[in-house]
Write a protein that binds this ligand. Structure first.
Ligand SMILES: [Zn+2]
Length: 157
């Protein structure tokens, strides 16, 4: 073993979208060295902060496991980590579920559901509307990566 890095932090972009259980095992390699520092808590259950024990890099992580099954990671510096730990002030990238769904969509890491009205789709569509009541049906469809017609049906009983 020559100078092989013990972690993959330096391979990641400032904002990285990684599929859960991707073929190269990237997610397993990343999370192997990340230690949880702080959970955001109940309201934003997808959000937490971690520090890499190999290189000391700090990350904000959003775990999107309802729809597209992605991790969104954002590089943060020591000051940003202190803001989180001391004042519960989180960077604004992953504060809504809509944002992290859109990041997955933009990265092209999207899921296909066999059941067009599956419970995860229905519940998430309702959550999106609760979080942003004026959200358009097109925005719901975009975030969920489904056709607009299908998104409309998610709101019908
Ligand atoms: Zn690292």
């Amino acid at each position: 073993m020559d100078n092989e890095t013990a972690c993959c932090c330096s391979e990641l972009a400032d904002i990285a979208i990684i599929g859960m259980g991707d073929a190269e095992g990237m997610d397993a390699r990343i999370f192997e060295t990340l230690d949880l520092v702080r959970n955001s808590g109940d309201e934003k259950w997808w959000l937490y902060a971690s520090t890499c024990r190999a290189c000391g890099q700090n990350w904000v992580v959003a775990q999107e496991e309802r729809i597209h099954d992605n991790y969104c990671l954002r590089h943060i510096d020591r000051d940003a980590l202190n803001e989180i730990a001391e004042h519960s002030r989180w960077p604004d990238d992953f504060l809504t579920y809509e944002q992290i769904l859109r990041l997955g969509r933009e990265a092209g890491y999207v899921a296909t559901f066999l059941d067009p009205k599956g419970p995860a789709l229905v519940e998430t569509a309702q959550d999106l509307r609760r979080a942003r009541p004026e959200i358009s049906i097109e925005d719901v469809a975009y975030a969920l990566a489904i056709p607009t017609k299908q998104a409309e049906r998610l709101f019908r009983a």
